[in-house]
Design a protein around this ligand. Structure first.
Ligand SMILES: Cc1ncc(COP(=O)(O)O)c(C=O)c1O
Length: 370
């Protein structure tokens, strides 16, 4: 199977390790195990130290599945399978659902996996672009106009990376209604679910509101534990059975250490959220102040998630801008070209406050030299 280069990953692998101010990150300051234990109030020796490092429960421990189940209104453990991160979850959905000749609609900008993997599997992919003037929310008429009798799957990401847009719950239901009329699956990548900056931090989950809704999630963003390579798929029983069939070939199980600590983290999600929303809101304030003052950029204020999509008012390609910016100042930003949005850069605002402040100051100074 041939596949396009994953442009974001390629860029980040190349530039992030040497960055002085890394503003590309989508994670909220990752936690150490010690910090996790402290936040969760666990001080006693842990039973995990005496547990043999077997493959563990193949589809994820019951404890972890119960924790994941508690994030949804109407999912049972049987509707959930544990995967290698959200990336593994999405991959399994694509592999299990798609055949050559199927059509897929992907709302972009989005994680490139949502369109490059379906394409590699032989599906025809229609990119439906989200627009700034619509606050990066989907135009439902346009979405429906792109549906054909061959459309099998719509992919969306809510809250959205990179725009920071949050699809309101009533709009999610209208998207589900459209999909239902045409009998189409929806893959809702909800890796940033729980990070809405206003109102209920948790948007509705597609798996809860639509029978052909598939929700994927993980430990990376909302729980600040990207190093625990744990994600999951929640969806209809027959789909989960099909996914588990594929999963035997590429996952077997996730590490029982990752499974164990993930369960603890989800069980204590309120405590992690208290810590994370403090970081997010501080970062958002820094970002808002900067956007108010910086004349060479504009952006919609993120409503959730950890990133903002910044349009810059300079006549230079996003790759050249980011490359030169990093070489001259050490500030790493992600060029919009890597997610089909030339003329923009992605900024992660949930990094350490001082890094964000200094990085933005350097970026502003640099913009005056371009
Ligand atoms: C929208 C989206 N989906 C999936 C992933 C992959 O997440 P994970 O680290 O849980 O595999 C990312 C990572 O940045 C992401 O932004």
């Amino acid at each position: 199977m041939r596949i396009d280069t994953f442009k974001i990953e390629e860029w980040m692998n190349r530039y992030c390790p040497s960055a002085k101010y890394d503003l590309t990150t989508t994670c909220i300051e990752p936690l150490s195990l010690r910090e996790l234990m402290t936040i969760c109030g666990i001080s006693k020796p842990l039973e995990i130290f005496d547990t043999k490092l077997t493959y563990g429960d193949i589809h994820g421990s019951q404890r972890l599945k119960n924790a994941i189940k508690s994030l949804y209104k109407s999912q049972e453990s049987e509707n959930i399978t544990v995967t290698h991160g959200a990336i593994g979850a999405n991959q399994l959905v694509f592999e299990s659902l798609l055949d050559k000749g199927d059509e897929v609609i992907s709302l972009v900008p989005a994680y490139q996996q949502h369109y490059s993997v379906p394409k590699a599997l032989g599906a025809k992919v229609n990119l439906v672009f989200l627009r700034e003037e619509n606050k990066w929310l989907p135009n439902l008429r346009e979405l429906e106009n792109n549906i054909t009798y061959k459309t099998k799957l719509i992919c969306l990401n809510n809250p959205n990376n990179p725009t920071g847009a949050v699809i309101p719950d009533d709009m999610l239901k209208r998207i589900a209604d459209i999909a239902k009329v045409h009998n189409i699956w929806i893959l809702s990548d909800e890796v940033y679910r729980g990070l809405n900056l206003t109102g209920n931090p948790y948007s509705e989950s597609m798996a809860d509101i639509y029978e052909k809704g598939i929700s994927t999630g993980s430990m990376s963003k909302t729980y600040s534990l990207p190093g625990l390579r744990v994600g999951w798929v929640a969806g209809r029983q027959d789909l989960i059975n099909e996914i588990n069939k594929h999963r035997e070939y590429n996952t077997i199980s996730v590490s029982i250490l990752d499974d164990y600590y993930s369960a603890i983290a989800i069980e204590n999600r309120d405590k992690i959220a208290t810590r994370n929303f403090k970081i997010m809101k501080e970062g958002l304030e820094v970002l808002k102040n900067w956007l108010n003052e910086e004349i060479y950029v504009k952006a919609n204020i993120p409503q959730g998630g950890t990133t903002a999509l910044i349009r810059y008012k300079k006549d230079v390609s996003s790759k050249t801008l980011c490359k030169n910016l990093q070489e001259k100042t050490g500030v790493a930003l992600l060029p919009g070209e890597t997610f089909e949005m030339e003329g923009t850069v992605r900024l992660g605002f949930c990094t350490a406050k001082t890094v964000l402040q200094k990085g933005l100051k350097e970026f502003s100074d640099y913009l005056r030299t371009v």
